[in-house]
Design a protein around this ligand. Structure first.
Ligand code: NDP
Ligand code: GDR
Length: 369
């Protein structure tokens, strides 16, 4: 049985990749952080009682800022593949916590690579690094491909750039099978609630049911290439199954603005937004809605809040996934509309549950279930 070790197992990608690897017959070992509350909700459906013989999913406490811990876990697990998905992954937060972001995202990658080297596992382990389109930042070429020069625009982008190059360096210096996937934004119903797509689908579903009043956003004009996380983790796995390690751009090749995303999500709820004003004055008024919508036409449901502007913005990202298509046989399966629909439907289901608990109490909700 092949063994994979994942950092970031409790995150969005960690959950989808764990599902994929378990389906493929791997034993999956994940590093989770100690937190004051349970933080494994995304993988709880996959978790097995550790008292059972030969569990297929095993969790270890650890942190990318703790090198002795990483060395011990790698030594204990002796994995065939390591996927370094763990990171402080929020761009806006990286401006608030730049040093921690560098420690976990840049130095954390180095620590994991050094653990492999210290344990003499260079010929035994394949290593995947979660690189990002944020490294292109102020874009130098459109669409962005593997050869496009990097120009990061945030502490997160700069830290990830170090992680990217140190992975290339360990491949070239020590013959390690190591690849970086330069992944463009990928979303899902499991996306963290403060990333813009999930923030939008969650808020609009709650506004629809009367649980929230208004969705506050920053830059509505930012353009992104959004795909589905389920499709993207398959590319991560494929990159480690090739004869030679190489870096790949993973993207859809399609671009939408944040405003487009709001309109698409609203359309799934059959509500229409009338956009007024511009810049920080811009807002969206509910123009029409079905009868069961708790919020009435004429209400301001989207507003720009400058607190969500970033000190330096990445205005536009658009990836060219041709190399991945040609060499990995990979292409995205989920369209933009399907992605938006799936996210809205799941958030509506969650909002309905919250509304029921709020109005009738937890027992009524359990009974209805
Ligand atoms: P998430 O934010 O959903 O998950 C991040 C994971 O990293 C969580 O499991 C988190 O643990 C863990 N983590 C955070 N800090 C540490 C640390 N110091 N030590 C160990 N683990 C840590 O991110 P995604 O799943 O969306 O992304 C996965 C990776 O891919 C990240 O590295 C991200 O930067 C990168 N990426 C993501 C893209 C995207 O669009 N989603 C695009 C390109 C790259 P906890 O649950 O405890 O917080
Ligand atoms: P990003 O994703 O920064 O691209 O990083 P995010 O969803 O946070 O922002 C996308 C764009 O939307 C604009 N925006 C807002 N963003 C947030 N979070 N909240 C808002 O209210 C808001 N309003 C407008 C942002 O300014 C930005 O332009 C994600 C992360 O997953 C990274 O880890 C990953 O590497 C990159 O995608 C590729």
């Amino acid at each position: 049985m092949k063994k994979a070790l994942l950092t970031g197992v409790t995150g969005q990608d960690g959950a989808y990749l764990t599902e994929l690897l378990l389906e493929k017959g791997y034993q999956v070992h994940g590093i989770k952080r100690r937190a004051s509350q349970f933080n494994t909700h995304r993988i709880d459906h996959l978790y097995q009682d550790p008292h059972e013989p030969d569990p297929r999913l095993v969790l270890h406490y650890g942190d990318l800022t703790d090198s002795t811990n990483l060395i011990r876990v790698v030594q204990e697990v002796q994995p065939d593949e390591i996927y370094n998905l763990g990171a402080q992954s929020h761009v806006a937060v990286s401006f608030e916590s730049p040093e921690y972001t560098a420690n976990s995202d840049a130095m954390g990658t180095l620590r994991l690579l050094e653990a492999i080297r210290i344990l003499g596992l260079e010929d035994e382990v394949r290593f995947y690094q979660a690189s990002t389109s944020e490294m292109f930042g102020k874009v130098q070429e459109t669409p962005q491909r593997e050869t496009t020069p990097f120009y990061p625009r945030s502490p997160y982008g700069a830290a990830k750039l170090y992680g990217h190059w140190i992975t290339v360096n360990y491949r070239e210096s020590y013959g390690l099978y190591a690849c970086s996937g330069i992944l463009f934004n990928h979303e899902s119903p499991r996306r963290g609630e403060t990333f813009v797509t999930r923030k939008i689908t969650r808020a609009l579903a709650r506004i629809y049911l009367g649980l929230d009043d208004c969705l506050y956003l920053g830059n509505l004009d930012a353009l992104r290439d959004w795909g589905h996380a389920r499709d993207y983790v398959e590319a991560q796995w494929l990159m480690l199954q090739q004869d030679q390690p190489e870096d790949f751009v993973i993207a859809t090749g399609e671009q939408h603005s944040v405003r487009d995303f709001v309109n698409a999500a609203a359309a799934r709820l059959e509500i229409q937004i009338d956009w007024r004003g511009s810049g920080p004055e811009e807002h969206g008024v509910l123009a029409s809605a079905p009868e069961d919508c708790a919020t009435k036409p004429g209400t301001r449901i989207v507003a720009v809040d400058p607190r969500y502007f970033r000190p330096a913005e990445v205005d536009t990202l658009l990836g060219d996934p041709s190399k991945a298509k040609e060499k990995l046989g990979w292409q995205p399966k989920t369209t933009f509309d399907e992605l938006v629909s799936e996210m809205v439907e799941k958030d509506l289901e969650r909002a309905r549950r919250d509304a029921l608990i709020e109005s009738e109490g937890y027992r009524a909700y359990r009974f209805k279930e």
